[in-house]
Design a binder for this molecule. Structure first.
Ligand code: HEM
Length: 420
């Protein structure tokens, strides 16, 4: 399908239902070509937002937090009242100097060298889950692999009891489902008196994550251990401790940011490899391709579709005037297929190099804290699949999430095939 320049004023690439059908690559390509700073109609401030689809613009705006703030408005398209913004403000929704203070508290747990320490543990988790799933011969990749891997790894880093894994998987799946407009939470299952406006994604499941995090925090305050929660409740930066609200928002951020994103990376990875079995064969024949394969999965699958900034002053991008207060969305899913940066961007190429994708942001202060961890989990998954000499095939249609934020899948029915 060719999208014509004159049709672009009315295209919709932001409704969740669009992504339930698939990624609108043709329209995003037309936007990059004809209207890279695109005014997209959308309810709320001035009736629309600026959609940036070019790699260079996404990078430049991400690096300019003075002009394009993460704190001045919501980081999702939907506007929020000031009380709702304040109630759930965390690291990702702050600008310097507050952002610098908060990031200093947690960055130690996610450095390249620290993440290496999680390798053996992650390999055990991934290996056990793969063996269990492979034993079933046909299974749903999302529930058997994508969902449990990231949360089980996080449980160890945060220092949570392993037996809480099923409950946390359920709560986080509920939070992910809440990005789907068809989502209807069951009030009996997740009772709370808190106004849903004040909760992440408006879901009562988020309240239970808060509550759970609060209790764990109290325990660690009394009996510190050597984990991230203890560190968060005891750490001092510039003589100050996190207050209760800051701590709870951090906990919630980790549970969502470290989980749903990587889950989607794992789903996207298997989808790409099932569609391109020869690419898995290339990595099997030459494991030195593993690092580039992981980055190509992250580019091609772009788990997070966009994050938003809010303009703090009148300015312009590519000569297009942007007014103070306007919403500006960094459409990672468009920038990762920019023909000016990636040769033949629709080709899935496990040897692609260089691969300066914007999947984790790029170069700005909010650059993903968990990028080494996410890469580790996906690399280990590939290694463990190769070690078992198997590949996978779809046995039915993949079911995509109806979300304009997470490029995810609800279900991926697969069967195991010998790779020999
Ligand atoms: C494939 C997996 C992942 C993807 C695609 C991803 C994507 C992103 C993106 C695009 C941002 C930038 C947000 C912005 O500019 O406003 C971000 C920030 C962040 N990510 Fe990730 N992420 C992933 C995995 C993880 C993991 C495993 C963790 C670890 C717990 C994590 C924790 C965070 C945190 C805490 C931030 C906020 C950083 C800040 O504001 O300074 N992410 N992520």
């Amino acid at each position: 399908m060719t999208v014509l320049q004159e049709d672009l004023a009315n295209v919709d690439v932001a409704s969740p239902k669009v992504y339930a059908e698939g990624v609108p690559h043709e329209t995003l390509a037309a936007l990059r070509k004809h209207d890279p700073v695109h005014w997209h109609p959308w309810p709320g401030t001035r009736g629309g937002f600026w959609l940036l689809s070019k790699h260079a613009d996404v990078v430049a705006v991400g690096k300019d937090p003075d002009l394009f703030s993460s704190q001045a408005g919501h980081i999702a398209l939907e506007d929020r009242e000031p009380d709702a913004l304040a109630a759930r403000q965390s690291l990702i929704e702050t600008d310097a100097p507050e952002h610098t203070r908060l990031r200093k508290l947690v960055s130690y747990a996610f450095t390249r060298s620290k993440v290496k320490e999680y390798e053996d543990y992650t390999r055990r988790i991934v290996g056990d889950l793969l063996d269990k799933a492979i034993g079933k011969e046909t299974f749903d990749w999302v529930t058997e692999i994508s969902e449990p891997v990231p949360i089980t790894v996080l449980i160890s880093i945060l220092g949570l009891p392993q037996e809480d894994a099923p409950m946390l998987i359920e709560l986080t799946s509920e939070m992910a489902a809440a990005t789907d407009p068809d989502y209807r939470p069951d009030p009996a299952k997740y009772p709370t008196d808190v106004d849903p406006r004040l909760l992440p994604f408006g879901t009562p499941a988020a309240y239970h994550v808060f509550e759970y995090g609060r209790k764990i925090g109290e325990e660690r305050r009394r009996r510190p251990t050597d984990d991230l929660v203890s560190r968060l409740v005891h750490a001092e930066v510039d003589g100050e401790r996190l207050n209760d609200n800051e701590y709870s928002n951090f906990f919630e951020l980790f549970i969502f940011a470290g989980n749903e994103t990587t889950r989607t990376g794992i789903s996207q990875g298997i989808v790409a490899l099932m569609a391109h079995p020869e690419q898995l064969g290339r990595v099997a024949a030459d494991p030195s391709l593993l690092p580039t394969a992981v980055d190509e999965i992250l580019r091609y699958g772009t788990p997070i579709i966009y994050f938003r900034r809010t303009a703090t002053r009148d300015t312009e991008i590519r000569g297009v005037p942007i007014a103070a207060g306007d919403r500006v969305a960094l459409w990672y899913l468009a920038a990762n297929f920019d023909e000016d940066v990636f040769a033949d961007p629709q080709r899935f190429d496990v040897g692609r190099e260089p691969n300066p994708h914007v999947t984790f942001g790029r170069g700005g202060p909010h650059f993903c804290l968990g990028s080494f961890l996410a890469r580790l989990e996906i690399r280990i998954l590939l290694e463990e699949i190769l070690a078992r000499n198997v590949r996978f095939e779809l046995t039915g249609p993949p079911v995509r999430l109806s979300s304009n934020f997470v490029n995810g899948f609800k279900s991926l029915p697969v069967r195991v095939v010998s790779a020999r």
